[in-house]
Design a protein around this ligand. Sequence first.
Ligand code: NAD
Length: 334
Amino acid sequence: KVLRVALMGLGGYAERVAEAMQHCKRASIAGLISGTPAKLEKWGEKYKVPESSRHNYENFDAIKDNPNIDAIYVITPNALHHNHVIRAAQAGKHVICEKPLAISAKEGQEMVDACAKAGVKLLVGYRMRFEPNTLEVVKLRQAGAFGRLKFFQGQCGFVAGDPAQWRLNKELAGGGSLMDIGIYAINGARYMLGEDPIWVAAQETKTDPVKFKEGVDETIQFELGFPSGAVASCLSSYNISHLDRFFLSGEKGFAEMWPSTGYGPIKGRTHQGDLGKPHTIHQTTQMDEMAAIIFDNKTPILPIDGLTGVQDLQIIEAIYKSCSSGRRETIKLA
Ligand code: NAD
């Protein structure tokens, strides 16, 4: 069964998803939601979406009565996910939501609750959780190849360009680099170590307060502590380039990935040799796998459910809290 998806928010990432979906076996573009009529027409013609399945932000609730759409993929700025996901759920459609799930754990939980109430699935667009070399390292870890794990390092960042973009607007982004790119290091720490953190110590560095205004973090360094005693040392930045590295160290071995979260190919090695899984287009794999999760109740190797997204937001909130308190903060996950 093919998952018929309506894409919402026809911006940069939606375009990447749409192109990747052309290679999907189990997912297709069946609807479009945009505030720009010209985009609806252009994308509608390109991806052969009939006018009856093209909507705007005011009227997309009508998708409720459209039997040709199974799911809505929310790819709008972070602060809008809450409203868009809840309305998609109320329209009775499964929801795929881009990261971060929301701009607070509270909002994220409301989204999880709304989807549960509507009886639809909520999946987060965590594409790395389907990436073959990432899963290879996870499998090695699960098989004990690294021995007892002691340390993870995750460095995720890029130089944010245009100062007028929504990513640098606290109202729309909910924060700065941590919400957008640092979340990959948080994710990596969790799935590479296979544990959830219990404390954080974080510091923010701001070199350009004009571009990175109050509440929009430029660079954050954070340490996470885990129940086993393992620690993670992470860096999130909107002003350092070529930051895309993971390093995992255990008593018996290591894994190193660079690039670790970009669009690929993901490369790396372990103490046993190079990671050699062939590159797949992340969003193609993600959408085919999501079809199996939704229709076949397939359990993914790494979770991508709403709760995982809420927990990442709880960790983000603890990191921000530690930045302002200057102290180590406890993390209690939902
Ligand atoms: P973008 O600016 O390229 O696109 C955002 C889209 O939302 C645009 O089409 C814009 O018109 C629309 N929009 C609707 N209401 C808006 C409003 N009030 N203000 C501004 N834009 C509005 O951004 P993007 O890079 O496509 O990011 C969209 C989402 O996708 C974000 O949540 C981002 O974190 C996520 N994303 C995920 C990945 C990934 O690899 N998983 C990569 C990039 C972006």
